[in-house]
Design a protein around this ligand. Sequence first.
Ligand SMILES: C[S@@+](CC[C@H](N)C(=O)[O-])C[C@H]1O[C@@H](n2cnc3c(N)ncnc32)[C@H](O)[C@@H]1O
Length: 227
Amino acid sequence: MGEMEKRWSEAQTKEDAFWQRNGVLGTEMERVNSRYGPVIREIERSLSADSLILDVGCGPTCSAQLFGKGKKTYLDPLMASYLKTHSDRLPEGEKITSTAEEIPKPEKSFDVAICVNALDHMIHPEKALMEIRRVLKDDGIFVLGIFLHPAPIAMLRRLIEKWLPIFREDAHPYSYTVKSIRGMLEKYFSIQKEIRVFRKDSAWFPSLHREDWMFLCGKKQTGTRAK
Ligand SMILES: C[S@@+](CC[C@H](N)C(=O)[O-])C[C@H]1O[C@@H](n2cnc3c(N)ncnc32)[C@H](O)[C@@H]1O
């Protein structure tokens, strides 16, 4: 196992323990509902009853369940554990235990892929974006929800991750800013809308808190850098 895989595996053990704590699912469901619900309902208007929707890194909150239409597939490397711990709370739909870096589906399978608060938890986020693009239909929509940091905080977090691992935040191996996530996304997708869905009020100016953003994207077509 490589260094990155080892670091990820340790983070996943903690992630699993987090989701088994009492009351966590209810609180986190409120976050998903209040922050992503309005955007999801907006997208839903362009979908049909048989639209195929993939939720990548769905956790037990399964944001895609907020789409009032469509057939859902939920993918998470911890799915087997969520099925044991939260069997009564998981929505209907296909459940897959897998990482996003290798999605066990043929290309152009889905009309929508949603990935909320999961990309910065992954082993290879860029590989995951390529996989999401692969399984998305040509006219499909990719919805990314992600926590983003002010540039100095992101830089500090990257330095800590590399040089002072004792102080790192275990769950998030990667730290992005609005600019850096745009740069990575635009290699594979065309960003159509950016929405800041949560910002914590801060006594500091400028705020040093992370913000929660959503990016609505189309698939970048061939002839561009993405394969
Ligand atoms: C903070 S949780 C978010 C869950 C849910 N999307 C939400 O917003 O409540 C991060 C999720 O990403 C999943 N994850 C971690 N690494 C992943 C990977 N390589 N591929 C797909 N999902 C991954 C974790 O198992 C976990 O369920």
